[in-house]
Design a protein around this ligand. Structure first.
Ligand code: IMP
Ligand code: MG
Length: 180
């Protein structure tokens, strides 16, 4: 049913799960003995985080933050609002942010600066998708699964007006969906 609204599949479920497995193996090596905190950015990172952590074979802790930057539309506002923060002291800890997508870069730039102020031992970023053409502030992910063109995408956690997060792949919506 949801598939009827999709114009094109950009990243398939198989490609995502293979990339998550590969990244999980890499993170297992990079965070060996470090007991890092993986901080998922709600809500978009949930499917990716769930898949990724199955492939991490060392101790990690999980936490989540909810920040708003998009307000139900397709354009970025630039203002970061922390709606739900983590509830632990991260001073001296290795933190890895898990994101669905980096577009303007404002969300992660803000969060990275904040966590450095909070004296994390290290702050790194892993993202499922990167749209480098959308960038308005300078920031790069330390781990990126897929680099995509500057188009609005949905699925695998990414929403349009809170919908389509549950699609098992990443795709582009048909134009008529926006005008419904
Ligand atoms: P940034 O601060 O512009 O990098 O925004 C990152 C956030 O914007 C992501 O966590 C998404 O929630 C949202 N976002 C950016 N691009 C898209 C898209 O193509 N589809 C859905 N959400 C997006
Ligand atoms: Mg998001």
């Amino acid at each position: 049913m949801l598939e009827q609204d999709i114009k094109k599949v950009l990243v398939s479920h198989e490609e995502i799960t293979a990339a998550a497995e590969k990244l999980g193996q890499q993170l297992t090596k990079d965070y060996q003995e470090k007991n890092p905190i993986f901080v998922g950015i709600l809500k978009g990172s949930v499917p990716f985080m769930a898949e990724l952590i199955k492939h991490i074979d060392t101790h990690i802790e999980l936490d989540f933050m909810l920040v708003s930057s998009y307000h139900g539309g397709t354009a970025s506002s630039g203002v970061i609002n922390i709606i739900k923060d983590i509830n632990q002291d991260i001073a001296g800890r290795d933190v890895l942010f898990i994101e669905d997508i980096i577009d303007t870069g404002q969300t992660l730039k803000n969060l990275r600066d904040l966590f450095k102020e909070r004296k994390a031992a290290s702050v790194k970023i892993a993202t499922l998708l990167d749209k480098p053409e959308g960038r308005v502030v300078e920031i790069d992910a330390d781990y990126t699964c897929f680099t995509i063109p500057n188009e609005f995408v949905v699925g695998y956690g990414l929403d349009y007006d809170e919908k389509y997060r549950n699609l098992p792949y990443v795709g582009i919506l048909k134009e008529e969906v926006y005008t419904k």
